[in-house]
Design a protein around this ligand. Structure first.
Ligand code: PGA
Length: 249
């Protein structure tokens, strides 16, 4: 059975006091679904969040990392540094990293390798831009992003990989992919995996949808057979909204 996952990507939001307030609100929520719940605070608050959530079932994950183990990379954070503060999962390839920090498929392949070498789990993000969808190229773009960054891996690596389809035109815009658009793309992604690694692997990999998921639309999106959860930005900054989404399963 594939895992159902709801992960909150806080992006560059919440200083220490705001993080404490949100963590405390999150701990007051009741979970009625079986979904795995994760939150991704900013680097400076990861250890604090890890300590605060130690007794909860919420996992603390990182939003990014560097591929090198250590060295002269001013401003960067390595996998072993993340692990040393309790972080076992990292988000890689978010479209904001690709767009504003020039992260390429080639760079992401290196980050993927570094995370796996450190026994970390990866939430690997990808998705097409509006122009790609308008020109009917969305599958070619998404298929290329997956192949370029992941298809050098052995099948066993996919036990530690969660995929997150996030159409760029739906992130932070209030415009969501329709449940049918999400399902169609998730089915394509699963077929792409099956063609390379076989059905057993493809059936086990969780594929999350991200892009303006809210309490009002989560249930319909999560009801689609190939949608195994969500990567939530804006709505993850409010504990009640976030848990309304967690409980939408
Ligand atoms: P959003 O962000 O929910 O605010 O659209 C999703 C994401 O970037 O992961």
């Amino acid at each position: 059975m594939r895992k159902q996952i709801v992960a909150g990507n806080w992006k560059m939001n919440n200083d220490l006091a705001q993080t404490e307030a949100l963590l405390s609100d999150l701990k007051k929520q009741n979970q009625s679904s079986n979904a795995e719940v994760m939150v991704a605070p900013t680097f400076t608050n990861l250890y604090h969040a890890f300590e605060a959530l130690r007794t909860s079932n919420i996992e603390v994950v990182a939003q990014n990392m560097h591929f090198a183990a250590n060295g002269a990379y001013t401003g960067e954070i390595s996998a072993s540094m993340l692990k040393s503060v309790g972080v076992e999962t990292v988000i890689l390839g978010h479209s904001e990293r690709r767009e504003y920090f020039n992260e390429t498929d080639e760079l992401l392949a290196k980050k993927v390798d570094a995370a796996l070498a450190n026994s970390m789990r990866i939430i690997f993000c990808f998705g097409e831009e509006l122009a790609d969808r308008k020109s009917g190229n969305e599958e070619a773009v998404v298929g290329g992003q997956i192949k370029n960054a992941l298809f050098h891996l052995e099948a066993a690596a996919f036990q530690n990989i969660v995929l997150a389809y996030e159409p760029v035109w739906a992130i932070g815009t209030g415009e969501t992919a329709s449940p049918e658009q999400a399902q169609d793309m998730h089915a394509f992604i699963r077929k792409t995996l099956a063609d390379k690694y076989g059905n057993n692997i493809a059936d086990e990999v969780s594929i999350l949808y991200g892009g303006s998921v809210k309490p009002a639309n989560a249930e319909e999106i999560f009801s689609k057979p190939d949608v195994d959860g969500g990567l939530i930005g804006g709505a993850s900054l409010n504990a009640e909204d976030f848990y309304a989404i967690v409980n939408a399963f």
